[in-house]
Design a protein around this ligand. Structure first.
Ligand code: HH2
Length: 281
């Protein structure tokens, strides 16, 4: 899954791809480098990011989604994912041709988090109606509160319990199990040690039977381990995480640097015997 942020303020590529023309050039590059899925985001989720609201998100997103449809002729296997936690944005994106919804609040169900920062109450009914793949990512709180909510007894047990609670709610709302992808939400309400522990014990999340997506790309915890403050200089740390994550059961890697990571993934799949992909509906 290649990342295309059409935002001015994303933590590592803000402002780089925010016109439809630039997004299209980047999309072609990522597809040539081996991406199967493109994840388009119009609202940064980095700690401290400003919440722009559905109207601005749609203004940024829809012209780009429209431009990306042109890629389907040459890439029939392409799947377009939209990274949004607003049901209104998800609905318009699906109507405009998106295939997946990637919801960073999908498993934001902790009672410790303020109610306004949890999953949009309208999201599950929409996903059930649409029948599309839905990424349930674990997080707590929003961009402003997430760092203060990074408190766990056992992080893996608690993240798994919150993913299970979110899954139960999704199934009760009519979402089919085959639509769900689980994501531990690296960097979202997690300290460096929490992220490392989740990656070490990824098979405990995989045991639930849902395909796992992980998004380590260029993140702060890699910078902390490597003492590397520049997000774009965290490629090798990202590669190490990706290789081990594939070996531990990850099926989808959400990354900015698709060329090198596609090689890492293919090599890790060859060594580990992992399936290495989700057969996207
Ligand atoms: N991470 C980010 C955004 N969306 N979605 C999923 N499913 N998993 C992730 O780990 C994830 C995500 C943050 O990265 P990025 O999009 O590069 O930054 P920003 O939120 O600043 O746009």
């Amino acid at each position: 899954m290649g990342v295309i942020n059409v935002t001015p303020d994303s933590f590592s590529d803000g402002g780089c791809f925010s016109t439809p023309q630039r997004a299209l050039v980047q999309a072609r590059r990522l597809l040539a480098q081996g991406a199967d899925l493109l994840d388009v985001g119009a609202q940064s989720t980095r700690p401290g990011a400003e919440m722009v609201g559905a109207a601005v998100e749609l203004q940024r997103l829809l012209p780009v989604l429209d431009a990306l449809q042109a890629l389907r002729a040459d890439h029939p296997r392409l799947r377009l994912s939209v990274d949004t936690f607003e049901a209104e944005v998800a609905e318009a994106a699906l109507a405009a041709g998106a295939d997946w919804i990637n919801d960073v609040r999908g498993a934001n169900v902790s009672a410790a988090a303020p109610a306004g920062s949890r999953r949009d109450p309208a999201m599950l009914a929409l996903i059930a109606r649409a029948g599309c793949p839905y990424v349930l990512m674990h997080s707590r709180g929003d961009s402003c509160s997430m760092d203060s909510l990074a408190h766990y007894g056992d992080v893996v047990t608690e993240v798994r319990a919150e993913l299970e609670a979110a899954t139960a709610a999704a199934l009760a709302a009519g979402v089919q199990p085959r639509q769900l992808v689980w994501d531990p939400g690296l960097g979202f309400a997690k300290t460096t040690e929490h992220n490392l522990e989740l990656l070490r014990r990824l098979p405990e999340l995989g045991a639930a039977g849902y395909p796992l997506l992980v998004g380590p790309s260029r993140k702060r915890f890699i910078g902390a381990v490597l003492a590397e403050p520049r997000p774009r200089a965290r490629l090798w740390g990202t590669a190490a995480v990706c290789a081990l994550a594939v070996d531990r059961g990850a099926a989808v890697l959400r990354v900015h640097d698709v060329g090198p990571i596609a090689q890492v993934m293919r090599m890790a799949v060859a060594l580990s015997g992992a399936v290495g992909c989700v057969d996207a509906p």
